[in-house]
Design a protein around this ligand. Structure first.
Ligand code: GDP
Ligand code: MN
Length: 335
């Protein structure tokens, strides 16, 4: 009745690409997808799931269909109301006051940005269209990968027991979410057993959890095991955050939420830097600085512009927190 480990290993990985995107971003989305198709998916045919708060246009679906290799499935989904609206415990007037107060901060005055961050924090993995998948790769418009992914990256995640994979990490603007860490600390006090005893807290805190150093993995690129988001720890945490109203009374981004959860609830080895993939989301580029990696994966990005070891990146903190040796020559980026 139960499958042997051998049989399980042979089963294809259930994985998809996921993009929450606007119709107006079609022209910026296509190049992001072309790169992924060319460098990876033309050989693997994974499914694409597109989410939108309004219906996708015919033009959007047609152009995307033309970009994807015909062996890949694709779904276009308009989100149900509850995944893109205020929950009943939010006072919309207070939310509007917050937007007014925060309008000088990046996206601080935006209502849709908040729905987006909340969707990416607490809904995407719950959507029925995602139910059949164990791993996902998040795609955004106007991004790119610049190295060959000539191996099944989802299998690579699975075989290595990697749960969360990132390419770029950096500091958050604290003004967007001053209460995130105090709220998180309250949560941990209530659920101390949720902490993994081999966690990556050193990545997000320089004083063992007293303060948040604002480091986070940039979630516009993310390859992750969805079962992490479906775990009791993650769901209880995000539910707790949500109830405080932090997505609307502040401007909590999904990146710090994902990153704090991964750094607290996972063993540190489960969080992996996908150095060999490369990635760009303006204004930052990740391009592997090691000559052999660059060559092996046939990269075509400019190594001189790599962000990983620059001052505003949290790359060094990740290497140090995970006790990984930094590549030769990383110091030249320290300015
Ligand atoms: P940034 O990366 O933080 O600057 O934010 P983006 O503007 O790139 O938005 C993040 C992702 O969410 C992108 O894939 C956007 O297309 C998507 N997104 C943001 N706002 C909306 C929205 O109102 N509707 C839809 N459908 N997608 C959105
Ligand atoms: Mn973006």
């Amino acid at each position: 009745m139960f499958k042997s480990e051998e049989e399980l290993k042979k089963e294809p990985i259930k994985a998809c690409f996921m993009s929450l995107v606007r119709n107006e971003e079609l022209d910026k989305l296509i190049p992001s997808m072309q790169r992924i198709e060319e460098r990876f998916n033309k050989n693997y045919n994974y499914t694409y799931i597109f989410f939108n708060d309004v219906p996708f246009t015919e033009e959007f679906e047609k152009k995307v269909n033309e970009t994807i290799n015909p062996k890949s499935k694709v779904k276009y989904i308009q989100l149900p109301e509850e995944m893109w609206s205020y929950p009943d415990f939010i006072d919309e007037e207070e939310a509007a006051n917050t937007r007014e107060k925060m309008k000088k901060i990046i996206y601080g005055g935006s209502e849709s940005y908040r729905h987006m961050c909340r969707f990416n924090s607490k809904w995407f993995y719950h959507h029925p269209a995602m139910a059949e998948f164990d791993y996902y790769w998040r795609i955004e418009p106007n991004t790119g990968i610049y190295c060959d992914v000539d191996y099944d990256i989802f299998e690579y995640m699975n075989n290595n027991k990697f749960v969360y994979g990132f390419t770029i990490s950096l500091y958050e603007w604290e003004e967007t979410v001053p209460d995130l860490w105090p709220t998180t600390k309250n949560f941990i006090q209530q659920k101390p057993h949720f902490l993994n005893n081999n966690n990556l807290i050193k990545f997000i805190s320089d004083d063992d959890g007293e303060f948040y150093n604002q480091c986070h993995f940039w979630s516009n690129f993310e390859i992750a095991n969805l079962n992490f988001y479906r775990s009791l720890q993650y769901q209880t945490y995000v539910e707790y955050l949500d109830r405080t109203g932090i997505f609307y009374y502040e401007r909590a981004g999904d990146a710090p939420v994902h990153s704090i959860a991964a750094s607290l609830f996972l063993p540190k080895e489960a969080v992996t830097f996908l150095n060999q993939v490369s990635y760009q989301h303006p204004p930052f580029l990740h391009c592997p600085i090691e000559k052999d990696v660059y060559k092996q994966y046939n990269c075509d990005c400019n190594q001189n512009y790599d962000f990983t070891f620059q001052g505003y990146s949290c790359g060094i903190r990740y290497y140090d927190a995970n006790n990984i040796e930094k590549p030769a020559g990383y110091e030249r980026f320290q300015h």
